[in-house]
Design a protein around this ligand. Structure first.
Ligand code: GLA
Length: 348
């Protein structure tokens, strides 16, 4: 692992750039601002390395305007209805930053804070651990939340992401990694082939808040139980597609236990690159970059048009603090929040 200065955050804190490399030349660069993965270079079928995530060349781009490119999202990834929830009889209010709802941890979520980095070598590879202590009441959330996120790059071309958190008051926690993948390293992702291990999704209303039901995918554009091109049904006449402006939904992973389960397999037929996502989380948000609109210019001067990247955000269901039937997202004092996600890169 190497670390170099990478500029100064708006609050005046220095930001560092961390570089991890493995035996095959795979390289992951991340920075302490937002624990953001800035670039991830993996081989194509000819062995040529290419960057498979969207982002900016410098800190300034991320500070100015970023739709969570590569960031760790918290304390609560995805939406909480009207920014309100009640926990143990106390009502809490969060900033409204997405239509009528709260999104992705607030105005200054975990994607915009400076984390402390330490090298974390392991038998499996080279790693970095980011640490951040969120104060009681930060962004409206109760409790001091002590959070760590670890990225380990292994010699089998895996990026292992693990999260841990503890609290001194009950509080909702739902952390995720918001990288936008484009396995071709250019163009849009409509020809990527995707399979998702989910026979239900969490359907939403027009503001992308769950209705509370789970919807079977069979016979819908959401059926990725067998491989389909991302673009094949993305503009189908379907109410959920209309609400999401494409795919922007939590898929309910089919699992037998709470361990790592294969969530999704993404393939780019042109480069041959393959990404397998495994996670301990109950869901994965499949988001097709529907809000990218050509107004952001990213790495190397590339203009990010609609659907030039897609996210597979492993997390709990949106709005769980208001939906008692969903898997629990409340962390209590004495407990440790633990979550793991693995991205395995290969070729075909
Ligand atoms: C998530 C949300 C999307 C969008 C992106 C960020 O994936 O579900 O609706 O807000 O984050 O632009």
């Amino acid at each position: 692992m190497t670390r170099t200065p990478f500029g100064t955050a708006p609050g005046g804190q220095g930001v560092e750039l961390i570089t991890l490399t493995n035996a095959h030349g795979v390289e992951l660069r991340a920075m302490t601002y937002g624990a953001i993965i800035i670039s991830l270079k993996v081989p194509d079928r000819t062995g040529k390395l290419g960057d498979v995530v969207l982002g900016y060349d410098s800190l300034a781009g991320y500070v100015k305007s970023s739709p969570y490119f590569g960031a760790v999202v918290g304390r609560y990834a995805n939406r909480i209805a009207k920014g309100e929830f009640t926990l143990d009889g106390t009502a809490y209010s969060l900033a409204i930053n997405n239509g009528p709802n709260a999104l992705h941890g607030g105005l200054k979520g975990f994607d915009k804070v400076v984390w402390q980095a330490e090298s974390l070598p392991s038998p499996d590879g080279t790693g970095v651990r980011f640490h951040y202590v969120s104060t009681d009441g930060e962004e409206g959330y109760p409790g001091t939340l002590d959070a760590t996120v670890t990225y380990t790059l292994t010699d089998s071309n895996e990026v292992r992401i693990s999260y841990e958190a503890t609290t001194d008051k009950p509080t909702p926690v739902n952390l995720t990694q918001h990288s936008y993948f484009n396995l071709a390293g250019r163009g849009d992702v409509l020809e990527h082939i995707l399979q998702i291990n989910a026979d239900r999704i969490v359907p939403v209303d027009s503001t992308l808040i769950p209705t509370g039901q789970l919807m079977p995918v069979k016979g819908t554009p959401f059926d990725f139980t067998t491989p389909h091109a991302v673009g094949e049904r993305i503009d189908a006449a379907d109410q959920q597609i209309t609400f999401g402006k494409g795919y922007d939904h939590t898929f309910v992973l089919t699992r037998a236990d709470t361990g790592l389960v294969l969530a999704a397999v993404l393939k780019d037929p042109t480069s041959g690159r393959v990404l397998e996502v495994r996670t301990t989380e109950p869901g994965v948000q499949f988001y097709t970059g529907n809000f990218l609109d050509g107004t952001l210019t990213g790495k190397g001067g590339v203009v990010y048009q609609r659907r030039t990247g897609l996210c597979l955000e492993a997390h709990h269901f949106p709005d769980s603090p208001n939906q008692p039937q969903f898997p629990n997202t409340i962390l209590r004092p004495g407990e440790t929040y633990r979550s793991r996600t693995v991205w395995k890169f290969g070729v075909e």
